[in-house]
Design a protein around this ligand. Sequence first.
Ligand SMILES: O=C(O)CCC(=O)C(=O)O
Length: 379
Amino acid sequence: MAITCMMATESSPAEEVKREHQVAFGGAGESSVPENFIWPDEFKATADAPELHVPHIDLKKVLSGDEKDVEEATRLVDEACRKHGFFVVVNHGVDKELMNKVHECMNEFFTLPLDVKQKAHRKVGENFGYANSFIGRFSTKLPWKETFSLRYLAHENSSTARDYVSQVLGPEFSHHGEVYQECGKALSDLSLRIVELLGLSLGISRETFRKFYEDNDSIMRMNYYPRCEKPELTLGTGPHCDPTSITILHQDDVSGLQVYVDDQWHSIPPTEDSFVVNVGDTFMSLTNGVYKSCFHRAVVNCKEARKSMAFFLCPAVEKVVRAPEELVEKYPPRKFPDYTWPMLLEMTQKYYRADSNTFNAFTTWIQQQNLDSTASPAV
Ligand SMILES: O=C(O)CCC(=O)C(=O)O
């Protein structure tokens, strides 16, 4: 299989683009998956994973303030987050047309020739730009996907996503930048409503987490999973817990998301006009471990490509992540050391490949650093 991939044939530009894209990941003519995309048996995909029945929370009802609706929603969210941290939001207030436009931009971008996408190349150790497994930092257990990641900064007058797209891809892609910027704003606003709901579910004020995240410095990631001839051998996204705070995921109409619950992989299939929400390690630590950050992955299939778009809510860089006192009093003792989000981000981007132990490894590392800095100097 060729990795870089111009083929000298007489065909239309559209066919050329499609072929180039297919060759990179093993196209229709190739029946094998390259060695470095094959995952060990214990990780291998199961297409027939049973569905995980997660609550569907009607945010419009919650925001209407009706006492019964709020009580029911907080009970369901609390139950789901203590067990696995996944639920779905509907009637969320994000314009369906906007999400359609996001998917159109993704279709357009990911089917571009590699050299155009490479203008936005995400460098090793950096968090933003275009990445695929052929140019990444790992050489085994590679994910069968391409990603395009952008920064969303929740400050008035900030337009990080829009500016980045125009700068790296050129003015002909400025409409993509506009769409992603608008989407970032809509999902940042939605995430603030969700953290309010999470605060209420935990029995603390709705303001606590909203305040913490209102100046969030978040990540938007567009995921593109090409069709794969042997989907049982590989994974689109390997098993991991999100190190971020909460994730808001928009899936197209192709299944692929799986969550590990009760010693088994379960799927969360897409449902019309909804977002899947999950708790990540940073929000788990803000709840003093009461809400779970759960192992999940994405599988691929042999019929069609799949797209998803994730908004990873992250605190502003200088904010100290520390569970509020009132929660620790309710659920003592304090379980995690204080940290700032860039410390954890740096570890996952530069030194550690996300797995089931990422957050434990991180907290052990911080504790060690704290010990080292308080140790008396050698005489
Ligand atoms: O695409 C999906 O369904 C999951 C993506 C995911 O887990 C991630 O981007 O971290």
